[in-house]
Design a protein around this ligand. Sequence first.
Ligand code: URA
Length: 237
Amino acid sequence: MSDRLSEPLAELLDHLNGIGYEELYLPGAGVPDPHARGPAGTPATDAADSEERAVALGELATEASECAACRLSEGRKQVVFGSGNPDADLMLVGEGPGAEEDRRGLPFVGPAGELLTKILRAIDLERDEVYIANVVKCRPPSNRDPERDEIAACRGYLERQIELVRPRVIVALGRVAAQALFGTTEALGRLRGRWHTVRGVPARATYHPAALLRYSKYKRPTWEDMQEVRDRLRGGE
Ligand code: URA
């Protein structure tokens, strides 16, 4: 195999590295034997399957980076596709990128993101263990809520992300994400506190970390929601 990578492959590897994926087996370059057992006794095919899904996620990100399906593409600096572990048990879904996310190309890296990192630590998870995405991948102007047609235009990307990551639990962060994921206009207060299903995956809604920064009264209910999430993840259901 040549030492020089083709440009699209180098780009894909760069992207995968950027979203926390550190190793990739290339065909013909020491691919694990599909019939061998993995180190923990898991079939090596599981590893191959998760690698395939990570590659597909990278390809989807590349496709999204050129998306012009709605007006949000006109004002963005870059598409904020998603980040984290492509094989995560927990997927968090926010509303849409803010200014800092638009600048850095990563979700939840501003003040709300810092709080999200702390919330995750409170349930013993690090950011790179989970997968984080938004219902829209481009920053809405002046941080307004994304509109219904913009959410619809981006929906295919989010659905594919869910299918490829195959999380065991999804958490919708805030009203916009919860309504978009659950396909409803019900208030967040009525959506949280119970389990929903999104494409076959158990899902929960909680307050957006930006709301917690403004209103500390949301901290306790958010903690209760996240304990439910932690228990479900630990329960191995
Ligand atoms: N708020 C969101 O909903 N998503 C981000 O990525 C950042 C802030």
